[in-house]
Design a binder for this molecule. Structure first.
Ligand code: FAD
Ligand code: N01
Length: 536
């Protein structure tokens, strides 16, 4: 594909990229997708670790843009497991004939804006060079796995895995001694499953996390009927002004201690991340948050037989929900198994990995396999891996050197005609991501349609408007408890990464985006390459 010209390039074939390809093809554009993996699915293609499943009920963690798709797909569980979600992604790709639009096993390496033509020139690791007017980055927020540089890690003689890049053929841990490093969502989902299979599991925990039981169940006909009955209200709600955290409960806690506890008990019994919606100020009032956190710690104490282990599993260094809340199946109970040991790295840090062991300052743990559940270079990692040059040779990595900056999380000043799907500065990872993906894809598609209709070839975010939006994103976050946690939302999991709260937590985001578009793309400069340019 050297010298090929298309109208739009979409990088990434997860739920974002697939829908974007579909929409642009519907508009009549010639589109080319590039995907590093061998197939579609993104997150659900890469994260095949045991126990991987969604934490937003599947009926809601589904595309809403096709009624036929809604009708014909039936989820089997409240929270579908990874293989089922991947089957859904594959079904979408087949159902809408998306695969022919995508070059698989083709990572995009660079993109350079040609100012004379208002086109992006994209280069892949296969040597493709393709030019397009529009470049849409559907590269994912949690798509760059990271493993810490622990001394000696390269000397480990056993098997090494990362939850975010799990082998397709699966892993059999039977008869093995397994070390799991990391207790975020991926660790919390995989540890019970690994423990059920392996001889011995040693969990190396640096920071305990709050986790709420999923209470996953098979979906019944009755559940599906109830969902169908409320579907119009659901659509009205997600298309309404509340998208982002502003859409949560508005209720404030009742002063009575017993009544508060009753509410937490009810939500604990229901299970899932809805626990965070207990009160409208759970994520802004430390007093309210402390109560809820105390409730969860009490539950950990009830679930884990050994008091010292229960205490080590009890988070005390960050408010509940300010690190992504985890949703589990039997996580805390797993520590009652005789084959599971918890190592508290706050007391006894890892010093080195040896060929057959993990060594802390206090002991050496012999293991056959190492599982890194150590997360991702979230929200910026995939973008910064690509060498992007904008107007006047502007370097994308420099533009984001102090932290990511994007107008509405959709566009970056200095990089015209490039759009981000669920980029930093949008609700993104704080929302149901499929809803946010759809909103961005539809906004971007409308914008491209508008540009073509008007014969325009360049749209660029204004630096001052972008700066104001970035400021607003920070101010809104500062009113919450989120900045108090050393979370990946803040970039705190990557040494040297700027500490900036990356997603947008304010209310009314969709409405703002709609208004920006309705006002002729307020905050953007629109132009034409030269008089005789034809819009493509
Ligand atoms: P991704 O699915 O990450 O896809 C991005 C794709 O881009 C990847 O396939 C990647 O290979 C490709 N790519 C990146 N860079 C390049 C490049 N340079 N060249 C070519 N290809 C490239 N969200 C929820 O809302 N609810 C959930 O329950 C939920 N569960 C999750 C569970 C796990 C284990 C993880 C890791 C995330 C979860 N998420 C969840 C977030 C999830 O990432 C999103 O819901 C959604 O799947 C993201 O889709 P996407 O298309 O934006 O990105
Ligand atoms: O990653 P994480 P994740 N030594 O960054 C630890 C989504 N997701 O893959 O907190 C020892 O949350 C680190 O410790 P600390 C969801 O959005 C959803 O689990 O930095 N430990 C932490 O415990 C989620 O938030 C689901 O002290 C080290 C862990 O590794 C996001 O993806 C399932 C270490 C990393 O946790 C990321 O989740 C899975 C070191 N050097 C993922 N470095 C659902 O349930 C890091 N750690 C839907």
């Amino acid at each position: 594909m050297v010298g090929a010209e298309v109208d739009a390039i979409v990088v990434g074939a997860g739920f974002g990229g697939m829908y974007q390809l579909y929409k642009l093809r519907e508009l009549g554009l010639k589109v080319q997708g590039f995907e590093a993996g061998t197939d579609v699915g993104g997150t659900w293609y890469w994260n095949r670790y045991p126990g991987a499943r969604c934490d937003i009920p599947s009926l809601f963690y589904s595309y809403t843009w096709s009624e036929e798709l809604q009708r014909e797909w039936r989820w089997t569980e409240k929270y579908a497991a990874q293989p089922e979600i991947l089957r859904y992604a594959n079904h979408v790709a087949d159902r809408f004939a998306l695969r022919p639009l995508i070059a698989f096993e083709t990572p995009v390496l660079s993109a350079t804006f040609d100012e004379a033509a208002d086109r992006w020139r994209v280069v892949t690791d296969r040597g493709d060079e393709v030019s397009a007017r529009w470049l849409i980055m559907a590269t994912g927020c949690l798509s760059t796995p990271r493993a810490p540089a622990i001394p000696g890690v390269e000397s480990f003689a056993g098997e090494t895995y990362h939850t975010g890049a799990w082998p397709h053929e699966g892993v059999d841990f039977s008869g093995k001694r397994v070390a799991v490093i990391g207790t975020g969502s991926s660790g919390i989902q995989s540890i019970p499953e690994i423990a059920a299979q392996a001889d011995q599991v040693t969990v190396f925990q640096r920071t305990p996390n709050f986790s709420i039981p999923a209470r996953n169940t098979p979906l019944t006909d009755k559940d599906i009927e109830a969902f169908k009955a409320m579907y119009p209200q659901y659509i009205a709600m997600i298309k309404g002004p509340g998208m982002g955290f502003g859409g949560g409960s508005a209720e404030l806690p009742i002063p009575d201690d017993e009544a508060q506890r009753k509410r937490y008990e009810e939500l604990w019994a229901i299970g899932g991340a809805g626990f965070l919606a207990a009160w409208g100020n759970l994520l802004t009032s430390i007093e309210v948050n402390d109560r809820a956190a105390g409730f969860v710690r009490d539950k950990i104490g009830e679930l884990v037989s050994d008091p010292a282990t229960a205490e080590a599993l009890s988070p005390r260094d960050h408010p509940l929900g300010t690190k992504r809340i985890c949703v589990d199946t039997g996580y805390y109970e797993t520590y009652n198994r005789p084959n599971v040991t918890l190592v508290n790295l706050r007391q006894t840090p890892i010093e080195a990995i040896e060929p057959h062991a993990v060594r802390t300052c206090a002991a050496t743990y012999e293991v056959d396999a190492l599982v890194f559940a150590t997360g991702f270079d979230a929200m910026t990692g995939a973008m910064l891996a690509i060498d992007i040059k904008g107007v006047g040779g502007a370097d994308f990595r420099e533009a984001w050197a102090e932290g990511p900056k994007a107008y509405l999380g959709l566009a970056v000043a200095g990089f015209p005609n490039l759009f981000l799907i669920t980029g930093p500065g949008s609700p993104s990872v704080l929302s149901n991501m499929i809803n946010s993906i759809e909103q961005h894809v539809e906004w971007i598609s409308d914008c491209i349609a508008y540009m073509r209709e008007k014969g325009l070839t360049r749209i660029a975010a204004d630096p001052t408007t972008q700066e104001a939006w970035v400021d607003h994103v920070r101010q809104v976050a500062d009113k919450t408890l989120f900045p108090r946690a050393a979370s990946w939302y803040m970039g705190a999991n990557i040494p040297g990464k700027p500490r900036v709260f990356m997603p947008y937590i304010g209310a009314g985001y969709r409405q703002t985006c709609n208004e920006v578009a309705a006002e002729g793309y307020r905050g953007f400069t629109l132009g034409k390459v030269h008089a005789d340019a034809h819009a493509s």
